[in-house]
Design a protein around this ligand. Structure first.
Ligand code: SIN
Length: 501
């Protein structure tokens, strides 16, 4: 097998991977950094983040203490306080760097940040770029990446598995095996540090806001390599995805819309979320999603509604042009129509367990962004803390790697055994995949018992193993393996939680 070399391999091109690469390239122009992404560089969860980034800035009523308290409270009290403090205190510095990288955030008439409010925040503290904050960050960071000769961005490279070995009883990662979709070739790449930034796993579920690339790849391959994975049961459902039958992914109606004053109504035009929490629509996502789920079960309806009719339309359009236009194209006039909404899988709060430098439990393997479990989010992430976490942990890992990489050498391994990849379509897997997504959704929404879900997933696993035994590997079957491994981890962690309680 053809073998390439890099100092650092970054897998994934969301904000965490790009921010990491640019910062590392600045600090260490002598290091060769390769970013591999399985699709086009701008296809990531980051791109779809609408709301923005939570930072304590010029709101005189706000304080770091309040942001820390909101984060821990949203996470059900299990977030790690030291991690939360580190992230919140670092936020202004990381924001300044983003601005230095030419990312722009909206200001109001007096030249101050136009701070938004979202569920669970006790103050206005969300910096945003209209309703396309993630897209703005990703585009500007991609432009930055192009400025550095020591960063090579390789699109359409499907990383199949990590290369790991045990040296003196210590597991370490030394690279990855990947498939080049253009040249149709499987190769190995050896690196002194591997940074996973592959995002989340929304595509494990039938209904999600995540794009089709969000298939839990980084979690699954780290797990197969022996890394510790934590808290995968904490999948956050976003309460306000636009309800359109059989959509994948679902279009997100940003939480900032509720921060702007929108109401949630049931089919009798009644605001019902206050029955569950006295913050009403501005309670945290877990609470609002559960309230909607209960309302749907009670009423037997397919969706509830978001009501923007009482809001100043021109101001609304200024803040949310993408959402307004999308709704208009779907025949929804926000001045007189209600928006049908449902809760869908949105964010994975757990993931690959990392320390404050984003080191996993495998030496030389790091994880940043949504694929990681840093201890910040606890059971439920506070809105707009995800981009912030990605920046802070990209910074932490970059600093650590720049300081420590010189004592690491490339692995001496040169021979890699990997089953051949075929481009054939894996038709037989499509049905299994749909079954899996359906059953995983019922784990969170519905009345199916958890043991029943586990049995069904294990039956799918057996069918998959049989299939794989008989067929050659395709990219689809490899991706399905990642979805399946991630689903099994979610169910396992659910059960562990029940036993521990
Ligand atoms: C939103 O705008 O509601 C999503 C942003 C986030 O996930 O924090």
């Amino acid at each position: 097998m053809n073998t390439k070399f890099a100092d650092i391999l970054v897998i994934g091109s969301g904000v965490s991977g790009l921010f990491f690469a640019v910062k590392t390239a600045i600090t260490r122009p002598d290091l060769q950094i390769v970013i591999m992404t399985k699709a086009e560089a701008d296809n990531s969860n980051t791109r779809y983040a609408q709301g923005g980034i939570a930072v304590v800035t010029n709101n005189l009523k706000d304080s770091f203490e309040k942001h820390i308290e909101d984060t821990i409270k949203a996470g059900g009290g299990i977030g790690e306080e030291e991690v939360v403090k580190m992230v919140v205190y670092q936020a202004p510095e990381r924001l300044k760097e983003l601005i230095d990288f030419e990312v722009s955030f909206d200001k109001n008439h007096d030249g101050k940040w136009d701070l938004g409010l979202e569920g669970g925040h006790s103050e206005y503290r969300i910096l945003h770029h209209k309703d396309i904050s993630g897209l703005e960050i990703q585009q500007k960071m991609l432009l930055q990446v192009q400025k550095f000769r020591n960063v090579k961005l390789m699109e359409n490279q499907y990383v199949l598995d990590l290369i790991s070995e045990e040296i003196n009883g210590v597991k370490q990662c030394s690279g990855a095996v990947f498939y080049d979709k253009k040249n149709k070739q499987t190769s190995a790449i050896l690196a002194k540090a591997v940074v996973i930034s592959t995002g989340g796993c929304g595509q494990v579920f039938k209904h999600t806001t995540n794009p089709d690339i969000a298939t839990g790849d980084g979690i699954a391959m780290s797990y197969r390599a022996g890394a510790e994975i934590k808290d995968m049961q904490y999948i956050q459902f976003h309460p306000t995805a636009l309800y359109e039958k059989d959509r994948n992914p679902y279009f997100l109606i940003s939480e900032a819309v509720r921060g702007f004053g929108a109401y949630i109504l049931n089919s009798q035009n009644k605001r019902f979320v206050f029955e569950y929490d006295n913050r009403g629509e501005l309670a945290t996502r877990d609470i609002v999603s559960k309230a909607i789920g209960s309302e749907l079960l009670r009423s037997g309806k397919s969706n509830v509604y978001l009501d923007c009719r009482h809001l100043d339309y021109d101001e609304f359009y200024k803040h949310f042009p993408t959402i307004t236009t999308y709704c208009k194209n779907e025949g929804i006039d926000l001045r007189k129509d209600l928006i049908p909404i449902i809760p869908v899988a949105h964010y994975q709060c757990g993931g690959i367990r990392v320390d404050v430098n984003s080191q996993t439990t495998i030496r030389n393997l790091f994880a940043i962004g949504e694929c990681s479990c840093t201890g910040l989010h606890g059971k439920n992430r506070l809105a707009s803390n995800s981009l912030l976490e990605a920046l802070v942990f990209a910074h932490q890992s970059s600093t650590y790697i720049c300081e420590n990489i010189d004592v690491v050498s490339h692995s001496s391994q040169r021979v890699f055994d990997y089953k051949e990849i075929s481009e054939n379509d894996s038709e037989g897997l499509k049905v299994l995949k749909e079954q899996l997504k359906e059953i995983m959704t019922t784990l969170y929404i519905g009345t199916v018992e958890r043991d029943e879900v586990e049995e069904k997933i294990m039956a799918i696993r057996q069918e998959y193993d049989l299939y794989i035994g008989n067929e050659i590997i395709t990219l689809e079957s490899k991706e399905f393996q990642n979805i399946l491994d991630t689903a099994v981890l979610i169910v396992k962690h659910f059960k562990k939680q029940i036993v521990e309680v």
